[in-house]
Design a protein around this ligand. Sequence first.
Ligand SMILES: [Fe+2]
Length: 287
Amino acid sequence: MKQNLLGRMTPDCGSIWAEFDCENFGIFSMPIAVISDIHSNLDALQAVLADIDQRGVDQIICLGDVVGYGPEPAACLDLVIEQCSVCLMGNHDYAVLYEPCNFNIGAESACYWTRKKLEAEKDAVLRDRRWDFLGAMATKHVIQSDIARQGEMVFVHGSPRRPINEYVFPDDVCSNPGKLHLLFERFGRLCFVGHTHVPGVFFDTPDFYGTEELENEYPLSDSYKALINVGSIGQPRDRDNRASYVVVDEEKATFIRVPYDVDAVIKKMCAIGEIDEYLASRLRDGR
Ligand SMILES: [Fe+2]
């Protein structure tokens, strides 16, 4: 364990096996905002943080992928460092810090550009603070709640089995139901994930409900376990281009969408040669 710049004790995540041995635990007061997959999209992040603030929610857990794809990694890291109580490691954070694994050409190029951009920071204190923050990200956070509807709540980027890299897709319900059953053995009552950029709730029947079917609300239950995908702030892929996040209180998880100036972000991305134009244009349709 070591102390990071925020004074928090964090596990040493310096090995490739980090995803298997880093956890931290915490007690929180509700409500909590759960955000994920910011992907260096500062405009979307600022819009979401303003929305969270307006709702009077002051605990924010970030499920990772703060960087990658988008045009403003440093500013996004600075805001997350200042405003999030917990920030876990996503596969793009890992890729920028270590090496990209199984990335397509566009994602890989954006990853190397992000690393170059963070390294180019002239202020050594700022530069080191961002790298130290990336290096200190845990891969799993657990909250034990006295409320039966919440019980053990696990927070990861990908899945409770492989916190950094494993995708849990809605299609898995039909194509790989055994996978869902195994994943549900890995947490108590609730598990919060990001990574696919598609918000919704999985059950171990197995089944998946998108936010439209849920009417943007999942009432917590003391009978059912649920795996909740909070969607993406900076690269939504459910054909809704607004930033996505979740607020969880003692009764329910609420899915929230926040509009922002998508065209302004597309313009910034297209001005950077190393960022694939497809990553920019897909923001318009949220796909
Ligand atoms: Fe992501």
